[in-house]
Design a protein around this ligand. Sequence first.
Ligand SMILES: [Zn+2]
Length: 382
Amino acid sequence: MGSQLISNIGQLITNSDEELGIITDAAIVIDGQQVLWVGSNKEAPAADSTIDANGGVVTPGFVDSHTHAVFAGDRSKDYVARMSGQKYATGGIKTTVAATRAATENDLISHTRELLRKCHSHGTTTVEIKSGYGLNVDAELKILKVAKTFTDETTFLGAHVIPAEYENDRAGYIELVKSEMLDAVVPYSKWIDVFCDNGAFSVDEAREILQSGIAKGLMGRIHGNQLGDTGGAELAIELNLASVDHATHVSNETIAALAESNVVTTFLPGAEFFTKSLYPKVNLFFELGAKVALATDCNPGSSYLTSMPIAMSLAIREMGFTPAQALYAATAGGAAALRRSDIGHLQPGARADLVIWQAPTFEHIAYRLGDIDKKILTTGKF
Ligand SMILES: [Zn+2]
C-alpha cells in the first residue's frame, strides 16, 4: 500500500501533550503501517491516495489495556443478582472456569473473534487479553494460545482465584502457578498478573507469584484495591509494575506515592457499573499528576463491556474525569499501562492506528456514547 493522506480534519488528536496535542484544520499522512506526517491541512504533502475526513475528528485508536476476552459460558444470572442488590464477590468466576475448561480451542477462537470485532467496531485498535478462567495447566495454556492469535499483549492470570479442587490447599495451587503452569504458558505470555484482593490472593502471595513470572522474563501488572484497601497498589510500586488496575479503594498517601512512581493506575468504570459498586474519585490522581488509564475490563461476570467510549462516558459521569482526560487515558494512558510508545498517539513514527469520527469535536465521543459514524484504520491483528 502506498501513502495515504487524510485531509480536511476538523480536530486531529495527536496526544503530543496531556492536553491532547490538538491540531485544528489538520491533515495526516500514513503509509499503512506508520504515521509519516501531521500538520495543517493547507501544508499537507501529496500522497498516493486521499481520504476526506469531512471536517471530522481523528483520534488515535483506543488502547484497551485490560480485558478477559477469552471465555465461555453465560453469567447473565450474576448480572441480575447484582442489579437486585446482591453484593459482588469473587465466587462467580468459578462458573466461567467450568465452561471455559469444557470449551474447545476452536470454540474459544470464534467467540473471542466476535467479541473483539465488537471492540474494534467501537474504535479499539490494541487490546490486552488475560487468562484466568482455566486455572489448570491445560486450560490456561489453551486460553493464552487463543489470546495470542489476536494480540501480542497477552497476560497470564493463573492467580485469578483458587480453583475449587485446591480450596483446601492454597499453597499447592500457588506452587503449581509458579512452576508447571508458568513454564507452560511463558511462550504465549508477555505479562503476569495477580488478583490481589479480598477473596483472591494476599500481598505476600501476589509478590511471590509476580516475582516468579518476572524471573522468567514476563512483565508484571496487578488487579488491586477493587474490593478493599488491601495493598495491591503498594505492591505495584514496590515491584515497579506497569499498572495497578481497579484502584477503587486507595488511601491519599498511596495516591501520592503512585504519582511519584512509574506505575499507571488503570480505572475500569465498567466494573463499578455492572456490579453496582461505588466509583473511585480521580481528582487527587490528576491533581498530583499520577499516570492514569481507562479500560473496559471486558469479562462476562463483572463488566460485559466492549466499548471504550462508554468507559469514557462512565468515567466522566461518575469519576470526575474531564472529556479530554478520559480520551487521553483511553489512548495514551492505555499505551503507558502496556509500556508501549508506538501506540496511543499520532505523531510521526507512531503506528497508523486511528479513528476518523464524523463529529465536530472530540467531546462528542463521550457525549454520544461513541455512537457516531466512523472509519477505523488499524495495523493490528483484528
Ligand atoms: Zn480484570
